[in-house]
Design a binder for this molecule. Structure first.
Ligand code: GDP
Ligand code: ZN
Length: 294
């Protein structure tokens, strides 16, 4: 028996596949987890006891965060692909995804692709001024691919973006041999809304893992979790300097008088599109029943 520490890269049919020091061990979970009501998740850092290539998960280390769709723990950053060439990305999509990432303490990174067609300087400016790392790439010229790699190296990364922006192309440039850590990619078990898929981390080398890349759709944006309206102001980082400075303590920063956030928008310190997205998300979140907010 050997005691190791590793990361769960796949969960399937009652086995947890744990990557440790370049080897993947097929592990069962100890019964005690079920009794305690915790079940290991893909992405969990775990302690295992191994005998050959088989083992047992004996402990789950504290989780830094947990996503619901896909169900995965300890995501370090979320790369949001966008494009200013066709298909042009709706900034609201970017804002919705960054809000969710911030709420989970996942670092959002904006990757503006297809810069060979459209440089996207305006979009880059909006998000740099909102405090987001912005990387401009082109899968055609190779611009920015090294910068993107530097930003994600050693991390567990989820990727998202509207269809056609070039996620597959950039990921291929980043890591041509993107491979599942375990065996071959399993087939989709069904189609449509209730498609069941297992979640998997793909090794990109240098201790870097990509979440669920076969369909390049880590996120189903329409079914994405909502950030509760009360918390929205916290997930727009550029609002921070103004919070607590409004006339009303419970200001929602939409149309109240003497609102410090609205004043900052008027002075050009907060981008109008970002504030508009905040208002839209606030209204969407207000319409949700509490049990729908997950
Ligand atoms: P995905 O749906 O986000 O995975 O997008 P794909 O990677 O499939 O790319 C969609 C289309 O855009 C393909 O025809 C790619 O060849 C093209 N494409 C991807 N990246 C770039 C780029 O940086 N520049 C240009 N000009 N075309 C690109
Ligand atoms: Zn306010």
């Amino acid at each position: 028996m050997e005691h190791l520490r590793g990361k769960i890269v796949k969960a399937l049919s009652g086995f947890y596949y744990v990557s440790s020091g370049g080897t993947v061990y097929a592990c069962r979970a100890r019964g005690v987890f079920r009794k305690e009501g915790v079940s290991p998740l893909v992405g969990d850092e775990v302690e295992i006891e191994v005998d050959g290539e088989r083992g047992t998960v004996t402990a789950i280390l504290p989780r830094r965060n947990e996503l619901l769709r896909p169900s995965v723990a300890n995501v370090d950053c979320l790369v949001i692909f966008a494009s200013c060439a066709i298909p042009v990305t709706d900034p609201f999509l970017i804002d919705r995804v960054t809000a969710l990432a911030e709420s989970k303490r996942i670092q959002p990174i904006l990757c503006i692709n297809k810069t060979d067609l459209e440089p996207g300087e305006g979009l880059a400016r909006i998000y740099s001024s909102a405090g987001l790392p912005v990387i401009c790439t082109s899968a055609v010229t190779g611009e920015g691919i090294d910068d993107l790699w530097d930003a994600i190296r050693g991390k567990t990364v989820a990727f998202t973006g509207n269809s056609g922006v070039g996620k597959s192309a950039v990921l291929h440039d980043l890591c041509p041999e993107l491979q599942p850590e375990v065996g071959e990619v399993s087939q989709k078990l069904g189609r449509g809304r209730h498609t069941t898929r297992h979640i998997e981390l793909y090794s990109m080398g240098e201790n870097t893992f990509a979440v669920d890349t076969p369909g390049f759709s880590s996120f189903d944006v329409d079914r994405m979790e909502y950030v509760p309206k009360e918390r929205l102001q916290e997930v727009f980082p550029e609002f921070q300097p103004y919070l607590g400075r409004c006339r009303f303590q419970d200001c929602t920063h939409r149309k109240e008088p003497d609102c410090a956030v609205l004043a900052a928008v008027a002075e050009g310190k907060i981008q109008p599109t970002r504030h508009q997205s905040y208002v839209r998300l606030y209204e969407l979140s207000s319409q949700m029943k509490p049990w729908e907010q997950k």
